[in-house]
Write a protein that binds this ligand. Structure first.
Ligand code: PLP
Length: 444
């Protein structure tokens, strides 16, 4: 019997033993192609010698130095690296250990900044339905994903207003183009701010490309710029959650750069250290950094492992390899090719409703009826069945969606490592098509 409390107590898990490039191997030697980078984490694949060496070197030098006493070289160098091409005026970085900590930190930085500038009444957060910003209580309160909130709802801080996500497959009306749809969605933000009272609204948080809850759905062109303008009009801070979609996954380091929009706070994690170490970060605007740094009272926040040197060394090595080897070019090329492959393979598939995404961050939405876009009954758990069928065929993919309210269908999220070649792409598409076929046969 395992003493580990696993994610799904009913499941039995193979023991992950090793990895090489885009493959993982279990203890029995079974090979799995990592078609989703775990959860969009693994961007360099496994066993990269330079990343391994950087971790070993740093761990051999220093186990731990508390940031109340020290800074460290990898954290300083990684912060420099991240701000070098960061959008807007983002120019200071706070390192944490993952995405949920990054969300918590971003919300607290926003609040501290509001208090520092004499606006203590600003506390309301606006977020979107079908969103996920983390598992800790404030991050979960901001998240609109109902499945993850039960049974914690009663404990979650209130003060969150929710608006529609930008989800053209289901939200765009027949009588509007993408531009008009984006305007309408952004107008919901303005209405929410006005409804709550602009002086009470602290921040708006959204993912530039929605990952886990919708399956790689980019905002329509113009939407992010428009929400930036609205936030500026009412003094509301804009937080982009790039925990999943950032760090090159869409072909550029910061996903919001595709849209020419810059936030006041940007969170990242997952691909930052590519799974070699737990690492997340919050990038903040100069104005926020200066208000925190010049306040008479220190910002009362900080986790024990903030700026951990070994984690930052891993992140620095990962980001340097990505830049040196021009891997984002491969992300764009392989991403476009994978999307074409999927479109060709599923062109006439009666249950593949939509294929979307950007770079190596793609989603496939499954529907009971392609014409009406009617989702499958969530009780059938199609996405979980596809995950299982794919795993049995040696493919890891990330399932999601299928909300009880029918507002989102089942989807499969693909986010393979940036190093994949043509042969991995072909294997991924073949196994996925086979797995989807197998799962659909199961539900009849
Ligand atoms: N934000 C987004 C967009 C995510 O996808 C996730 C995790 O999937 C998180 C935040 C939370 O990150 P973590 O699981 O590292 O705490």
């Amino acid at each position: 019997m395992s003493r580990v409390l696993h994610r799904s107590p009913a499941a039995s898990y193979p023991v992950a033993a090793s990895g090489e490039g885009p493959y993982l191997f279990d203890r029995d030697g079974t090979r799995y192609l990592d078609g989703s980078g775990g959860a969009a984490v693994s961007c360099l694949g496994h066993g990269h010698p330079e990343v391994v060496a950087a971790i070993q070197d740093q761990a051999a030098r220093l186990a731990y130095g508390h940031t109340a006493f020290f800074t460290n070289e990898p954290a300083e160098a990684l912060a420099e690296h991240l701000v070098a091409d960061a959008p807007g005026s983002l120019d200071r970085v706070h390192f944490v250990s993952g995405g949920s900590e990054a969300t918590e930190t971003a919300l607290k930085l926003a609040r501290q900044h509001a208090v520092n500038r004499g606006e203590p009444m600003r506390r309301r957060v606006i977020a979107r339905r079908q969103s996920y910003h983390g598992n800790t209580l404030a991050a979960l309160a901001a998240s609109g994903n109902p499945g993850r909130r039960v049974p914690f709802d009663a404990m979650l801080p209130d003060g969150v207003t929710r608006i529609s996500p930008c989800y053209p497959y289901r939200g765009q009306r027949a009588d509007e183009d993408e531009g008009a749809y984006g305007e309408r969605m952004a107008a919901e933000l303005e209405d929410a701010i006005l409804g709550a009272g602009p002086e009470t609204v602290l921040a708006f948080i959204c993912e530039p490309v929605v990952g886990a809850t919708l399956g790689a759905v980019p905002a329509v062109p113009g939407y992010l710029k428009r929400v930036r303008e609205i936030c500026d009009r009412y003094g509301v801070l804009l937080i982009f959650d790039e925990v999943m979609c950032g760090m090159g996954r869409t072909g550029v380091r910061y996903a919001c750069s595709h849209d020419g929009a810059a936030p006041d706070l940007l969170t990242c994690a997952k691909g930052l250290a590519g799974g070699y170490q737990p690492l997340g970060a919050v990038l903040m605007s100069r104005a926020i950094a200066e208000s925190i740094e010049t306040a008479s009272r220190p910002f009362p926040h900080g986790f024990t492992y903030v700026g951990h040197a070994t984690a930052c060394a891993a992140g620095l090595a990962v980001q340097r390899v990505i830049d040196r080897d021009d891997l984002l070019v491969n992300v764009t090329r392989q991403g476009a090719a994978l999307r074409d492959d999927l479109a060709a393979r599923f062109a006439d598939h009666p249950h593949v409703g939509d294929i979307r995404g950007r770079g190596l961050f793609l989603g496939i939405e499954l529907v009971a009826d392609r014409e009406s876009k009617r989702p499958f009954d969530p009780a059938l758990a199609l996405n979980a069945r596809i995950k299982k069928a794919a795993f049995a065929r040696g493919l890891i993919c990330y399932p999601g969606g299928g909300t009880a309210d029918g507002q989102a269908g089942d989807h499969v999220l693909l986010a393979p490592p940036f190093i994949i070649g043509d042969e991995h792409r072909a294997e991924l598409v073949d196994k996925l098509a086979d797995a989807i076929g197998g799962a659909l046969t199961e539900i009849g």
